[in-house]
Write a protein that binds this ligand. Structure first.
Ligand SMILES: *Cc1c(COP(=O)(O)O)cnc(C)c1O
Length: 381
């Protein structure tokens, strides 16, 4: 039976525990497993290599992405790092020019030192992406919608463009902002999906984690080998927290989106706000692509204030329900200034962020409280 994503969010990868019947996957808080004989085991030998709580999370994530395989990591950056290690010195990567600041930092400050080459291009423009490809391009790295500008790239159009090339590079999509409930990149032609499970998948701002999902068996075996060899694995408690968070993914994402839509509409009519970016708002430059590849617009909004950085600061420091904090995707609403907080690592780079930009992670509180909070904070600007 092919289960729908709402059902997979609750049951994917999970079966009642056989000894006691416990319906929840236990937190197998163990580093090692007693072996019945030398070289024999019951599927687990050491928890860097494998752990039953982690396995349940990996299978659950794979199910959500419509993938054959899932792998869990200790953070989104650990997952990203592992994908890039598929390459070798001299290989070239084409990456979006508006990606998570930490992704840019890892590529630009770490991997360049090892002889990897990167070009950062506007991936919303398939022609620009195609023009950046070289014979030695082995990886195309997309983020959509992007953090923090919410640019949307057409995954299917890019996959089709790449499909026609000899020596086709791998297409990886960071699906953190959309989650598999809104968008499934593998079904649109991507090879690898990467997540920061810290965000919407975990959903409660209580764990840091990452994941990779894929269909190709050889690719899975290579990445699984690296997961064990490198050791950036999540602990069982964090796997449990993410598994538990995922059970309400579909409920949360629908509420995040309806709240965000209301907030985006309110902000776009406000005289102190210059621009509002929300993927499902008609003013979004890739509105049609967003509508085609996403189920809803998600919970993230970016705005630029008329009064620049000063106004942006006043707004972010003036909210009471929206907490001033980095990160996103939890049930609680957050507000931040990317240029001075999450995206400091791209300051003074070509990817630098407008200092008047404010990023909102709209939570699942009552929408009236969120609107009133923004109204009172804008009053102080
Ligand atoms: C947060 C984030 C990451 C990094 O994930 P961590 O869990 O913080 O390591 C990667 N990509 C995107 C889009 C993110 O928002």
């Amino acid at each position: 039976m092919k289960l729908k994503i709402e059902t997979l969010a609750i049951h994917g990868g999970q079966t009642p525990e056989p000894v006691t019947g416990a319906i929840m996957t236990p937190i197998f808080q163990t580093s090692t497993y007693v072996q019945p004989g030398v070289g024999e085991n019951k599927g687990y030998e050491y928890s860097r290599t494998g752990n039953p709580t982690r396995k349940a999370l990996e299978d659950c994530l794979a199910g959500l992405e419509g993938a054959q395989y899932g792998l869990a990591f200790s953070s989104g950056m650990a997952a990203t790092d592992t994908v890039v290690r598929l390459l070798k010195s001299g290989d070239h990567v084409v990456c979006g020019n508006d990606v998570y600041g930490g992704t840019f930092r890892l590529f630009d400050k770490e991997f360049r030192r090892f002889g990897f080459e990167f070009d950062f291009v506007d991936t919303t423009d398939v022609k620009a992406l195609e023009a950046a490809l070289r014979p030695e391009t082995r990886l195309v790295w997309l983020e959509t919608p992007t953090n923090p500008l919410l640019n949307v790239s057409d995954i299917r159009a890019i996959a089709e463009m790449l499909a026609g090339r000899k020596n086709r590079p791998l297409l990886a999509v960071d699906n953190t902002f959309a989650t598999p409930y809104l968008q499934r990149p593998l079904e649109l032609g991507a090879d690898v999906v990467v997540h920061s499970t810290t965000k919407y998948l975990g959903g409660h701002s209580d764990a840091v984690g990452g994941a990779i999902a894929m269909n190709d068996t050889a690719l899975y075996e290579r990445l699984k080998f690296m997961q064990n060899a490198i050791g950036a694995v999540p602990g069982p408690m964090d796997c449990f927290l993410v598994l538990r968070g995922i059970k309400t993914l579909h409920l949360r994402m629908d509420r995040h989106a309806s709240n965000a839509e209301a907030v985006a509409n309110y902000l776009s009519d406000h005289p102190k706000v210059k621009t509002v970016t929300y993927p499902f708002h008609e003013s979004h430059p890739q509105y049609a692509v967003a509508k085609k590849q996403m189920r809803n617009g998600g919970g993230m909004i970016s705005i630029v204030m008329n009064g620049g950085e000063e106004a942006a600061r006043k707004l972010a420091e003036g909210t009471k329900v929206f907490a001033l904090a980095e990160s996103l995707g939890g049930v609680e609403s957050l507000i931040e200034l990317p240029a001075g907080m999450t995206h400091l690592s791209v300051a003074a780079s070509p990817l630098a962020i407008d200092t008047g930009l404010v990023r909102l992670s709209v939570g699942v509180e009552h929408v009236d409280d969120l609107l009133l909070d923004i109204e009172q904070a804008l009053g102080k600007v």
